[in-house]
Design a protein around this ligand. Structure first.
Ligand SMILES: Cc1ncc(COP(=O)(O)O)c(C=O)c1O
Length: 396
């Protein structure tokens, strides 16, 4: 390694440490569940996981992966169009499309790839891409890969969105893209209004439902179900790495023609291996499990409401919302990290988020509740929050 290059990297790393923003990784030694085994610490309650439905260690989901390993081997050894399309990909994609009520779906190795493979493929110089200011990093990076005109509207501000749409009336194609549930705030996109505006101004709507698939709506079909516009959103992108078993992978769901076009032209499809069969099979099993166990979604929301109420009664002020994400804003990054370290000492694993993941001065801990949590887990976590909150003088 070039010594000068490395010295400069080391100086930056030292600065992260000095500023209290250096991230330390904790190693888990058990499946994601309400409680996990952490190396060097033992059992801790986890409140930071995207394992919303508790399907990471669900036996049918795990077994499906094992069986696929035996049947299809370790991997695809190819991109889809060369020789990497397996029958299990078709099965999963059919199931995904039926689940979110679109004509078709196409799997990717991540939702990051689904997003970055979507915008540059569909939009060119004569088009317009309109994005919510709090959209996920994968949308921002996907937008940067396009050669299209881009505008950002103030978070969930429909007036601002409409002003931009009016200005964009000369564009050949116009796309509005939004997170379904905003990952750092836990709030929900105003999807019914966005769909109305898109119709009025001849635009299409893309929703990244990564924090909503399996989570929002009575049967977990996501923000379109929650907002009463199921089947009316033009394109849905989402992850398989959160509620649906938590392995990895993502997908784009839309019309036959749009998915076919992506299959032909989307660069992550053309130049990167297909989703591994094990992950594909586990995701399919997660969807099948959800079909027969909608009560997991109900339980997730009961837990989320309970935990939020307990946080408020304890003197914290989580950001308002009705999703399983309850962020507690603490201000400076160093404080969020300290709070999270002290919680871990008390047996609760909640990650602190600071700049650049969230804006300066809005560092937070983001609590994520799961259907896997028992009341005991949540009560014990709240006791730890109170203890640490008192010590740091954070309670009102
Ligand atoms: C809104 C959103 N989109 C995309 C992603 C990326 O998903 P994946 O892990 O499948 O790449 C995430 C993950 O954090 C997310 O929250």
């Amino acid at each position: 390694m070039n010594q000068n290059f490395e010295k400069k990297l080391q100086a930056d790393l030292d600065a992260f440490r000095r500023d209290g923003v250096y991230k330390v990784f904790n190693h888990l030694d058990s499946p994601q569940a309400a409680r996990v085994k952490m190396e060097g610490r033992g059992e801790v309650i986890i409140l930071s996981s995207n394992n919303y439905l508790g399907l990471c260690d669900e036996p049918s989901v795990v077994d499906a992966g094992k069986q696929a390993l035996d049947r299809f081997g370790a991997g695809t050894a190819s991109v889809r169009f060369i020789c990497g399309t397996f029958s299990i990909h078709r099965d999963l994609e059919k199931k995904l499309a039926a689940f979110v009520e679109t004509e078709a779906a196409l799997s990717y190795v991540s939702c990051w790839n689904a997003n970055t493979g979507l915008m540059p493929t569909l939009l060119g110089e004569e088009d317009m891409l309109i994005s919510d200011e709090l959209n996920h990093a994968s949308i921002i990076d996907g937008a940067r890969l396009t050669k299209t005109n881009r505008k950002v509207y103030r978070h969930s501000d429909m007036k601002h969105l409409e002003e931009i749409l009016k200005d964009a009336s000369d564009s050949r194609r116009c796309m509005i893209i939004t997170d379904g549930v905003f990952s750092m705030e836990g709030d929900i996109a105003r999807l019914a209004d966005i769909v109305d505006l898109a119709r009025k101004h001849d635009a299409i709507v893309v929703v990244d439902d990564s924090h909503a698939t399996g989570v929002m709506g009575k049967t977990g079909r996501g923000t379109p179900e929650h907002c009463g516009v199921l089947g009316e959103v033009d394109v849905i992108t989402s992850t398989l790495g959160k509620a649906l078993g938590g392995a990895a992978g993502g997908f784009t769901a839309s019309s036959e023609a749009l998915c076919d076009y992506l299959m032909q032209r989307s660069r992550p499809q053309l130049f990167s291996n297909a989703l591994p069969p094990t992950v594909t099979a586990s995701s399919l099993a997660a969807l099948e499990y959800l079909d027969t166990h909608p009560e997991r979604v109900t339980r997730l929301h009961e837990n989320a409401r309970y935990f939020r109420r307990q946080l408020i009664e304890s003197g914290f002020k989580p950001v308002d919302g009705e999703t399983p994400i309850s962020p507690v804003i603490l201000g400076e990054t160093a404080l969020a990290i300290k709070f999270s370290h002290m919680l871990l000492e008390a047996g609760v694993f909640v990650t602190g988020f600071g700049y650049p993941v969230v804006p300066q001065g809005q560092a937070r801990v983001r609590c994520q509740v799961s259907a896997a949590h028992e009341r005991d887990d949540l009560d014990q976590a709240i006791e730890a929050f109170k203890k640490v909150g008192r010590k740091l003088n954070l309670l009102s």
